[in-house]
Design a protein around this ligand. Structure first.
Ligand SMILES: NC(=O)c1ccc[n+]([C@@H]2O[C@H](COP(=O)([O-])OP(=O)(O)OC[C@H]3O[C@@H](n4cnc5c(N)ncnc54)[C@H](O)[C@@H]3O)[C@@H](O)[C@H]2O)c1
Length: 341
């Protein structure tokens, strides 16, 4: 059986999804793609046809396609997640939704209720925990070989100054917050998965470098119920990004470091960019794993299809994404009260 899917939104992230679908060719057919910007729809439709995933209908309005797809991938600006998800669920579709779930907890709650009453899967796309390298990193941390986890320290270093127009990223109304809300959850999701239940999370941020309302740089600290602690550092205005995604696990007897770095210019090259992912351990310093895996959604989409086929629980379902969002909003509230952002 092939999953018949529709793709809603043909912007920057869409070709990454098509790349991953190409690795799952036998399991999927893309029946339509939708975007009001016809040239973007055409580009993504051509990529889909070239990859042998079908010859999708090109739609300006995704609502015309909802009846023809069993599942939809929603790849839209954040303020549009809520409405598109409700419409897709009402039409009987399962939904793989790009992160974050929504821009408010009230929206999130409505989406969770809608998915549960429709009996449809609503999965939120947090790709990092589904990457082979990240999964191996978690296994090394949990293997016991390095002792008890003391500290998880994660960093993302990016530069949005290359964008001519930030579009919907500019406003909090459309983005939902700043870098900490929009993108630091790529680290937080993995950290909560490895570190377990979080007792407290705080953040500070600052603004500037690119014209957006939300913070452009944010640091957070957290304590896990296990006793371990964690930090995230994230900037969208790095003058010289060195490390795109890195996470260090400081354990009692050793340090494990995961890095995933584009080898070219990620903003300009997008899904064609080459990558290098590495896991190192020290002492003594040695490479445990090295691969060309990058911003690859194959694991994430495989999990979505597996959940649909087997009924297994979804690791990044809407309830867990809501929990993450709530912690982020609580951290924002604390920072707001104390002048931290
Ligand atoms: N997982 C990741 O690493 C990752 C990376 C980048 C973006 N994202 C997420 O992907 C989503 C989209 O981000 P992006 O960078 O592709 O944004 P983008 O602005 O490049 O693309 C959004 C697209 O949606 C289209 N659109 C707007 N209204 C629409 C509608 N009603 N129907 C159909 N299409 C519509 C726009 O025309 C645009 O082409 C966001 O949720 C973002 O956070 C995830």
């Amino acid at each position: 059986m092939k999953h018949r899917i529709g793709i809603i939104g043909c912007g920057w992230v869409a070709p990454f999804h098509v790349n991953a679908l190409a690795n799952l060719r036998g399991r999927v057919e893309v029946t339509w793609v939708a975007d009001p910007a016809a040239e973007r729809t055409e580009t993504v439709a051509r990529q889909i046809a070239q990859e042998g995933l079908g010859d999708p209908r090109r739609l300006r309005d995704y609502r015309e396609g909802l009846g023809e797809a069993a599942s939809v991938f929603i790849l839209l600006p954040h303020h549009l997640h809520h409405r598109a998800t409700l419409e897709a669920l009402a039409a009987g579709c399962h939904v793989l939704l790009e992160k974050p779930l929504a821009v408010s907890l009230a929206e999130a709650d409505e989406m969770i209720r809608a998915a549960e009453s429709a009996g449809r899967l609503l999965m939120v796309a947090y790709p990092h925990r589904y990457r082979t390298t990240t999964r191996a990193f978690k296994q090394y941390v949990e293997s016991g070989a390095y002792g008890r986890l003391i500290l998880l320290d994660a960093m993302m270093d990016e530069n949005l100054r290359g964008y001519a127009d930030l579009g919907w990223i500019r406003e909090k109304r459309t983005l939902g917050g700043g870098v900490f809300f929009s993108a630091s959850p790529h680290m937080l999701d993995v950290m909560f998965w490895i570190g377990g239940e979080v007792a407290t999370l705080s953040m500070v941020g600052n603004h500037g470098g690119v014209p957006m309302e939300g913070e452009t740089t944010a640091v957070s600290i957290m304590k896990f119920r296990s006793g371990a602690i964690g930090t995230t550092r994230h900037t969208w205005v790095s003058p010289a990004p060195q490390v795109w995604y890195t996470m260090r696990a400081v354990c009692e007897n050793g340090i494990l470091t995961l890095t995933a770095n584009p080898e070219g210019d990620l903003v300009k090259e997008g899904h064609l960019c080459r990558w290098r992912s590495v896991i190192r351990a020290t002492p003594p310093d040695r490479v445990l794993l090295e691969s060309g895996e990058g911003l690859d959604f194959t694991g994430e989409i495989t999990h979505f299809f597996d959940c649909l086929e087997t009924g297994q629980p979804c690791q990044t379902d809407a309830r867990s994404a809501r929990k993450l969002m709530e912690l982020v909003f609580q951290a924002y509230d604390k920072a707001e009260r104390e002048g931290g952002n």
